[in-house]
Design a protein around this ligand. Sequence first.
Ligand code: HEM
Length: 81
Amino acid sequence: AANLPSVTLEEVAKHNSLQTGVWVIYQNTVYDVTNFVDSHPGGEKILLAAGKDVEPFWDLYAVHKSPHVLSILAEYAIARL
Ligand code: HEM
């Protein structure tokens, strides 16, 4: 993770749909989860966080606060803020 490129919040915000790619931020790391959307157990709700920080959503859906979810996320890391 140390040698991931840096991107801006503005750049992340542009990736807010399946057309542009679905990027999310979690603890200052950026993830491209476009290819995970179809396998998300919570369906298209994941798109609510597209281009944004996922943590406010995960505060509402606490099922995500597990090592299993973080290990999925880790596969999709592309950049850092
Ligand atoms: C469930 C991953 C974003 C809503 C889950 C589960 C995983 C997952 C692995 C199953 C957890 C379990 O049952 O142990 C992710 C990842 C996300 C993400 C990697 C972001 C990159 C979101 C967002 C929302 C959301 C932003 C809501 C706005 C839900 C809901 C469930 C769920 C409602 C429960 C589905 C059910 O059991 O019926 N998610 N999620 N998720 N997720 Fe997400």
